[in-house]
Design a protein around this ligand. Structure first.
Ligand SMILES: NC(=O)c1ccc[n+]([C@@H]2O[C@H](COP(=O)([O-])OP(=O)(O)OC[C@H]3O[C@@H](n4cnc5c(N)ncnc54)[C@H](O)[C@@H]3O)[C@@H](O)[C@H]2O)c1
Length: 644
């Protein structure tokens, strides 16, 4: 993910209101320091204040690519590759891993939490420089913070504080202790996040803080006030913002050495979630893949939602398992949960009656246009809650928190939402992109093995579409279905990258050929099998897709697009992963006529012709409407579908 370059933050134009006040000096100091780092800037700085605005503009021209630019570049590369190899889906750009490079550490917390004392020790331990933001501000302004507050007011202080913090974070890695109010300021939090620094909340219980601030009664905030009351008030106001920090380290009465060690360990074991960008212009969002995301949900969602108010929709199996962790994670960051709604688990919940009930419940819970709907569950909950969010009050912000493998690797990304009709699956719905997807791989631990295997069918599909990823699947698929954490994480990340690239290039499936329709590999057969099984649980969506993949590969070979090697390999791999790979592996009978009838009604068909995704080999898939009906009929019969 692209980060803002140092200069873009260091050179934010100073407020012009106060020409001769503290922040004018602050701006000049900041400018001098920035100039020390860049000879070219120093030369220009010597030309005087008059040229400053020009310099700012010039420098802005050298900004590192913003996130949006990164998306555009990714899309361009995808498009360019598409031209080179029209049928192959290109590997998405690798997402730079921010986890391993040395990053600045920003300590946040209430007065008395020990930000400066622990920060100094931590810096020594890590061999990094230490800076205290408040001291820097006072030096820059040439007056104590109390005086800056008194003369210019808090908004100007926060503005200057943000510029100083941004400037410090733009330099080499360091440990930075911030003032207690810094991280409670929205723009400063955003600047810290954008700098790539790791933020750490030193979380202290109230009695410890009270003991530690004893002797600081001369500080303006404690003057003529009861420190306990002041701290309690600050706690209520600021904790929800501190909860947005990357790491929380509980601090107690133990020695500073012990706390510093704990701090160091927390930093060493911190694994930031992997971020997969979905490049959709002003509707761009990220898929976050990692462990423990439910507990951090509030901090992760807050920056991308319009308000800290949500309604959660889940199913009756998932809610008791994972809603408590999500609820706690949201509440810690100060979220108001307007409603917690559950539907019965299973495909039958994806219907109009259930949707109607959910809409009524959302409205009677008092949601407004800034309330976000969170889907917590598998693909059924995601599709249903997403559709409710798309049409309630003409569209509410939406968040996907997928808990099944199928939902993490497929249905939560791309914005397709909907319900089933008597005429077929997903026949009523809307495109409604989420603001963010949190794929917490820990939730997969409670997923029944059969559901895990069913989800793997979509991973294998992505492997066939992508090419290189298919070979990874052949080597690691069995580890995925056995629940191996590392294999699962890779399966989710690579699948999301593939899906994000396809969706970004053809969001609404409008490409004449290829495009998003390629994601239906195996689905023309799969949907027919699933519908014939009447969604009674005997054939899961992923199981139907697995059989569909085998049939699509066999059809491709019969039509001469690939050698017999590929259907054999696809079927053997799916079977080795414990999935049904042939019609006869499914626990019920299907007739050729019924399956053909279902396929004829598939919504992907064009001009009355059945549309299939076929393959020449992994990474070489294409859409075709020229498949003779007789070839499909013969394939179904040969594969074990009955005459009637
Ligand atoms: N929108 C899209 O782009 C898209 C893509 C693919 C599939 N889908 C849809 O997704 C649906 C299938 O999704 P699914 O396979 O996730 O089905 P599902 O939502 O029914 O979940 C499967 C089962 O697993 C349970 N479950 C989910 N997470 C769990 C967890 N962590 N622990 C324990 N149990 C858990 C659920 O309660 C359910 O019983 C279908 O309706 C399909 O049409 C949509």
């Amino acid at each position: 993910m692209a980060r803002h370059g140092p200069a873009s933050l260091a050179l934010a134009p100073p407020k012009p209101v106060i020409r001769d006040g503290a922040f004018h000096r602050l701006g000049a100091h900041r400018w001098r320091e920035g100039a020390n780092q860049h000879q070219a800037h120093r030369d220009k700085a010597q030309n005087g204040h008059q040229n400053q605005q020009n310099r700012i503009t010039e420098h802005a021209g050298f900004r590192a690519p913003s996130r949006c630019v990164h998306f555009v570049l990714t899309l361009r590369i995808v498009m360019r590759n598409s031209v080179l190899a029209p049928d192959a889906i290109p590997l998405p750009n690798p997402v730079p891993d921010e986890g391993n490079r040395r990053r600045a550490i920003v300590l946040v917390g209430l007065p008395g939490a020990g930000k400066s004392a622990l920060g100094r020790r931590l810096a020594t331990l890590l061999g990094l420089p230490f800076r205290d933001a408040d001291t820097e501000i006072e030096n820059a302004a040439g007056m104590p913070i109390t005086e800056i507050f008194a003369r210019y007011g808090e908004p100007h202080f926060r503005d200057g504080e943000r510029r100083v913090i941004s400037r410090l974070l733009a330099g080499p890695p360091l440990v930075l202790a911030t003032g207690g109010g810094a991280f409670a300021d929205t723009a400063t939090r955003a600047a810290i996040r954008a700098s790539g620094a790791i933020s750490v909340w030193l979380k202290c219980p109230l009695p410890v803080l009270i003991r530690r601030v004893a002797g600081r009664e001369h500080r303006p905030m404690f003057l003529n006030a009861d420190p306990a009351e002041v701290l309690q008030r600050l706690m209520t106001a600021r904790h929800p913002f501190y909860a947005e920090a990357d790491i929380t380290v509980p601090c107690n009465d133990e020695s500073p050495e012990v706390t510093t060690r704990r701090l160091e360990q927390a930093l060493a074991s911190h694994t930031p979630p992997h971020r997969v960008p979905v490049g959709l212009g002003d509707r761009a969002y990220e898929v976050l893949v990692g462990c423990g995301l439910l507990a951090r949900a509030g901090g992760l969602l807050a920056p991308v939602l319009p308000a800290k108010r949500v309604a959660i929709i889940s199913d009756a199996t998932v809610a008791p398992l994972h809603l408590p962790a999500l609820r706690a994670g949201l509440q810690e960051a100060g979220f108001n949960i307007a409603a917690e709604l559950t539907v019965p688990p299973g495909e039958a919940s994806k219907d109009f009656a259930r949707l109607h009930g959910l809409l009524d419940d959302l409205l009677s819970a008092g949601v407004d246009r800034r309330t976000s709907v969170i889907a917590l569950g598998g693909g059924v909950v995601g599709d249903l809650a997403g559709f409710a969010a798309a049409i309630a009050m003409r569209g509410l912000p939406f968040v996907q928190i997928p808990t099944s493998l199928l939902a993490q690797v497929d249905s939560s990304v791309g914005g397709k939402t909907g319900v089933n009709l008597k005429a077929g699956k997903n026949l009523a719905g809307a495109f409604h992109q989420p603001r963010i997807v949190l794929a917490d791989t820990d939730t997969l631990q409670s997923l029944p093995p059969r559901e895990l295997r069913a989800g793997y069918a979509e991973v294998a599909k992505h492997g066939l579409l992508q090419g290189e990823f298919w070979h990874w699947c052949e080597a690691n698929g069995q580890a995925v279905v056995a629940g191996d954490a590392a294999a699962l994480a890779t399966a989710v990340i690579e699948s999301c990258k593939l899906k994000a690239a396809v969706v970004a290039a053809d969001e609404r499936e409008e490409s004449a050929e290829g495009g998003r329709a390629l994601l239906n590999l195996g689905h023309t057969f799969g949907h027919a099998l699933e519908a014939e099984a009447r969604f009674d649980g005997s054939v899961l969506h992923g199981e139907a897709v697995a059989v569909g993949l085998g049939l699509a590969a066999s059809l491709s070979a019969r039509l001469g697009h690939c050698s017999q090697e590929w259907p054999s390999r696809v079927i053997a791999h799916l079977a080795a992963c414990g999935l049904p790979a042939r019609i006869t592996d499914l626990p019920r009978r299907f007739t050729v006529e019924a399956l053909l009838g279902r396929m004829a009604k598939d919504k992907k068909n064009r001009d009355g012709k059945m549309r299939f995704v076929l393959l020449r080999g992994p990474g070489e898939c294409f859409t075709s409407s020229d498949v003779p009906a007789e070839a499909v009929e013969k394939l179904l019969r040969d594969e074990g579908a009955h005459e009637n």
